[in-house]
Design a protein. Structure first.
Ligand SMILES: Cc1cc2nc3c(=O)[nH]c(=O)nc-3n(C[C@H](O)[C@H](O)[C@H](O)COP(=O)(O)O)c2cc1C
Length: 211
């Protein structure tokens, strides 16, 4: 946990609960010190660049928290500096709840998950819609050919703090592509066995000479 993360989220009420449960001393020590935004390292940047989705929380003017899913091919979310993330926001159901929320309050929380490795990264930041000119390399992360999506806007997130979570209670899950990678050698083996089985049933000699 970073110092900044605790400084932003350990409200007096959270601290009271920590005190009640005996965790406040350790956390108080971890959050003491000068305030300053966290800097993304290669670990956070690499993790973001390989995500195909994340959860994005924003705050509505009615006071209700709002969480929505954002997805895209790897690279649709990427670090553009040690304090900035950018993601391509695709056209969806045109409710515009998140962008509307950002008009009133730019604070967001992102939850990036990697189910196979049971890893999650929480990021707090301030988000705004932007254009290619706001990126250091001017390159909006565009979906590859054949990926059905229209980039409606680019969103920049100025990172304030982040926290890597422990793997507790994360059930490993695999995408179709990840499963395919694991299953491909098994499929090949099964096909070879089926061919061998068919040959044996037919009583024909094995072309490899094994029977
Ligand atoms: C045709 C279409 C219909 C969609 N319908 C829904 C929906 O019913 N509920 C939902 O949560 N997301 C839906 N989505 C995905 C959202 O539109 C998308 O996640 C969008 O970014 C949501 O932004 P917002 O929740 O900030 O308004 C749909 C996307 C498309 C392209």
């Amino acid at each position: 946990m970073t110092r900044r993360y605790g400084q932003l989220l350990f409200t007096p009420a959270a601290r009271r609960h920590q005190q009640e449960h005996g965790s406040h001393r350790g956390y108080a020590a971890m959050t003491r010190g000068p305030a300053g935004a966290d800097r993304l390292t290669a670990d956070e940047a690499g993790f973001a660049a390989t995500r195909t989705s994340f959860y994005l929380a924003s705050t509505s003017s009615s006071g209700w928290p709002y969480v929505q899913h954002r997805g895209g091919p790897p690279g649709f979310l990427r670090a553009t500096g040690d304090r900035t993330l950018a993601f391509a926001d695709y056209r969806g159901n045109r409710q515009y709840i998140t962008v509307g929320n950002l008009d009133g309050d730019d604070r967001v929380a992102l939850l990036l998950m990697d189910y196979p490795s049971r890893t999650r990264l929480k990021i707090l930041g301030r988000a705004r819609t932007a254009g290619a000119k706001d990126l250091p390399d001017g390159e909006v992360p565009m979906p590859p050919d054949g990926y059905r999506a229209k980039v409606e806007r680019l969103v920049l997130v100025e990172v304030e703090a982040f926290d890597w979570n422990c793997p507790q209670h994360i059930e490993p899950r695999y995408t179709a592509a990840e499963l395919e990678e694991t299953l491909a050698p098994m499929r090949e083996r099964m096909a070879a066995l089926e061919r061998e089985n068919a040959r044996l049933r037919a009583g024909s000699p094995d072309p490899a000479g094994a029977g």
